[in-house]
Design a protein around this ligand. Structure first.
Ligand code: F0G
Length: 469
């Protein structure tokens, strides 16, 4: 059969409240045109993130009822730890309430001001946690990732030559190096086993601990099986085990391929590092057998990690993201090629090429997609990665202006995706009418969560001359 179906039946449903464009326009104004500030009941299809937004299975809900909420020594922790050890293989498994808590504890344990941490692309919280301790987060994406429209099977790879140069002549201490699988900041693109093995070998040669940001490890394993010679006959769990055997530790947000609504963990093989991390854990997260989670959350993750590695689930997951990517492309919507594992990234700079980057085309597109169709997406461009210098007021800009349509796990069906395609096709037909935005208020760090915006038409943009684009 050519049709890949959702490999589940729906036992419990959550109604979607239909809102009108007029209602959404007024909510947008109240939210300062920041989609993070919208009431979620006003959203028809929520593609803001694939993080913690998935549907749990009947088996996970059953496991939730087995949750043992003892403060210390809970069997729920032992089941969680056994599942993580079985798949990831690390000696120490430290539960955290989500991925960024693992990042914060790791950064506080390993890093000092002036240190440098390379990665294929740091996710924003990883970068923020590294920078918060005065270290530098360095992105070394592979050259193929620079061309948004070029297809390459492993566009998430780290640039090995750049990594080697850095390790040979480090501008500061490098207490840890990362690779993020899949590369969320770089379009949800996979990393090959060959690239991971080479990065790991380079780090080992230079005595630098090699870590994996494992959030979407199962999606990455599926890409390896589908695309990398030599891995076709391996099971997803074997690919995952081979992946983590290359590393000294990992950080994980179980809100992604843990198939849970909350949770994360931090792993290491280093006893001393683990001891220090557990001390920090107790300080802010909780005792090492729950780390800020309820016993029931640990149970849901223990089951979910295996479900993420189910081949029919991954086949359906990839087919649905691919379907969205292919239909958007056919409708003339420019996207980052090829489709990623968890999301489609619309190339907003090309889509809205009447808007200069000073008018944030990604944010402008995300706002209009919500206003017109009730679809929430997220800007991954200069709002997220750009900065305004507090003294000079000068803006720095991101390399690309993208809008991410992240697909929650096991939540939406094909007709929801068809609605998304139709909505973007409708925007494509009148894209030149879509106004840009300016930032009217912003915090010093992670500004995309709380900045306020205001729509601006091109003619009203200060100092803008159309000739520049
Ligand atoms: N690393 C990566 C690659 C991520 O994508 C995320 C979260 C984190 C770390 C942090 O995990 O949210 O559990 O604290 N990404 C979400 C997203 C928020 O929408 O892409 P967390």
């Amino acid at each position: 059969m050519k049709t890949i179906i959702e490999p589940f039946r729906i036992k419990s449903v959550e109604p979607i409240r239909m809102s009108t464009p007029a209602e959404r326009a007024s909510l947008l104004a109240d939210a300062g045109y920041n989609l993070f500030k919208l009431p979620s009941e006003s959203i028809v299809i929520d593609l803001l993130t694939d993080s913690g937004t998935g549907a749990m299975s009947a088996q996970q809900w059953a496991a939730v009822m087995q949750g043992d909420e003892s403060y210390a020594g809970s069997p729920s922790f032992r089941r969680f730890e056994a599942a993580v050890r079985d798949i990831f293989g690390f000696r120490h498994v430290i539960p955290t309430h989500q991925g960024r808590a693992a990042e914060r504890i790791l950064a506080a344990t390993l890093l000092e001001p002036g240190d440098v941490v390379p990665n294929n692309t740091h996710f924003d919280t990883t970068r923020a946690n590294i920078e918060a301790v005065g270290a530098t987060a360095l992105d070394l994406p592979c050259a193929e990732s620079r061309d948004l429209s070029a297809s390459h099977p492993f566009k998430g790879n780290i640039d090995l030559e750049a990594l080697e140069r850095l390790l040979a002549a480090p501008p500061g201490r490098i207490p840890v190096a990362f690779v993020t699988i899949t590369n969320n900041g770089g379009g949800g693109q996979p990393v090959s086993m060959a690239n991971l093995a080479a990065a790991s070998a380079l780090c080992r040669r230079h005595g630098v601990p090699f870590y994996i940001d494992a959030c979407r490890f199962a999606e990455n394993a599926y890409f390896v099986k589908a695309r990398e010679p030599g891995w076709q006959n391996k099971s997803l769990i074997d690919i995952a085990r081979a992946t983590f055997a290359l590393a000294d530790g990992c950080t994980m947000s179980a809100k992604k391929d843990g198939m849970a609504n909350i949770g994360g963990f931090l792993c290491t093989n280093d006893d001393e590092v683990a001891e220090h991390e557990e001390e920090l854990l107790i300080l802010t997260e909780g005792f090492p057998t729950y780390g800020g989670l309820a016993g029931r959350d640990l149970e849901a993750i223990a089951v979910g990690l295996y479900e993420a590695l189910d081949p029919s689930y991954q086949e359906y997951r990839h087919a649905s993201v691919q379907y969205l990517g292919e239909h958007l492309t056919a409708a003339g919507v420019p996207i980052l090629q090829p489709p990623g594992g968890h999301a489609i990234y619309v190339d907003a700079a090309t889509f809205l090429n009447h808007l200069p980057r000073e008018l944030y085309p990604g944010q402008a597109l995300a706002i209009e997609l919500y206003r017109a169709a009730g679809i929430r997406s997220v800007e991954i461009g200069s709002v997220m990665f750009g900065k305004r210098d507090p003294t000079s007021g000068r803006e720095s800009f991101a390399a690309h202006e993208l809008v991410r349509l992240a697909i929650p796990r096991r939540v939406y069906t094909q007709s929801h995706i068809d609605y998304v395609v139709e909505s973007l096709a409708e925007l494509a037909a009148r894209r030149r009418e879509i106004p840009g935005v300016r930032i009217v208020e912003q915090p010093a760090a992670l500004r995309h969560f709380s900045a306020r915006f205001e729509p601006v038409t091109l003619a009203a943009a200060p100092g803008f001359s159309p000739a520049r684009r």
